[in-house]
Design a protein around this ligand. Structure first.
Ligand code: NAP
Length: 241
């Protein structure tokens, strides 16, 4: 079994996921780089190793049962432990997301990756996480999933998006259910919003860097044992549901 605390970050070949992996690596974690494209994944592993991170690649497509089962097997057989899971992989679902004209495919694919993907990956890795002394799960969500903010006419809550925003609302609701089930265990599971970050996701329109976006996910991944569970946070603290 690896003697270092070990993390797995999904969608870690670029963007915020890459910086979460880099940040955990800088804090001494051994980090699994989850990614579905072999070339991009191994390039990210090489870049992380070049900057001193103890990284390893994990082939992982969060919407594919077999791929997720294979990733869990790899971590179990190769590492023998997992202390932190960051469910970062996510998609917008594409545009147009106007409710009255949306192609239902957009809603379906957003839910498949942003919600079912998180459940699939979490359940595959939980048996290994439960063996850790201090297991942490971080689900990367968004303030656009906050119904309080979406329904506040005074607030700019982002574009109308009937696939992406509700997928994060459901991810939030799902995470609360996990926190309830795991309340009597040492697993802490929380939601992080990275803020509006310049990545491929939004055509690099965000005003924050991926490293800034990684800060709250990293904080929640490294919570002390008396830290919160079932919460929804950004850099400013708790986000209203
Ligand atoms: P990004 O640069 O587009 O990165 C998304 C990552 O997810 C990529 O590594 C991508 O891999 C991976 N991914 C997508 N579908 C996957 C699948 N089926 N299996 C495995 N990996 C998959 O976007 P980002 O901005 O870093 O977003 C990361 C997370 O932050 C997402 O959950 C997003 O919703 C959330 N977020 C972002 C912002 C923002 O402003 N950027 C704001 C709030 C929340 P490929 O390279 O293979 O596509």
């Amino acid at each position: 079994m690896a003697d270092k605390t070990t993390a797995l970050v999904t969608g870690a070949n670029k963007g915020i996921g890459y910086e979460i992996a880099a940040g955990l690596g800088a804090r001494g974690y051994r980090v699994g780089v989850g990614g579905r494209d072999a070339g991009r994944r191994e390039e990210a592993v090489a870049r992380l190793r070049g900057s001193g991170v103890d990284a390893f690649g994990v082939p992982l497509d969060v919407i594919d049962d077999e791929s997720v089962a294979g990733a869990a097997r790899l971590v179990e057989e190769q590492e023998g432990r997992l202390d932190v899971l960051v469910n970062n992989a996510g998609i917008t679902g594409g545009m147009d997301q106007t409710p009255t004209t949306v192609d239902l495919t957009a809603v379906r694919v957003a839910l498949e990756t942003n919600v079912l993907g998180v459940i699939r990956v979490t359940n595959a890795l939980l048996p290994l996480l439960r063996r850790s002394a201090s297991p942490r799960v971080v689900n990367v969500s968004s303030t656009v999933g906050s119904l309080t903010r979406q329904s506040d006419p005074e607030r700019d809550s982002g574009p109308i998006a009937v696939a992406y925003s509700p997928s994060k609302t459901m991810l939030n609701a799902v995470t609360v259910q996990y926190a309830k089930e795991l309340a009597d265990t040492n697993v802490l599971i929380n939601l992080a919003c990275p803020g509006f970050v310049a990545t491929d996701f939004n055509g690099f329109r965000g005003h924050r860097t991926p490293a800034q976006g990684a800060a709250t996910p990293i904080r929640l991944a490294t919570l002390p044992d008396d830290g919160p569970s079932g919460g929804f946070f950004d850099d400013d603290g708790a986000i209203p549901w």
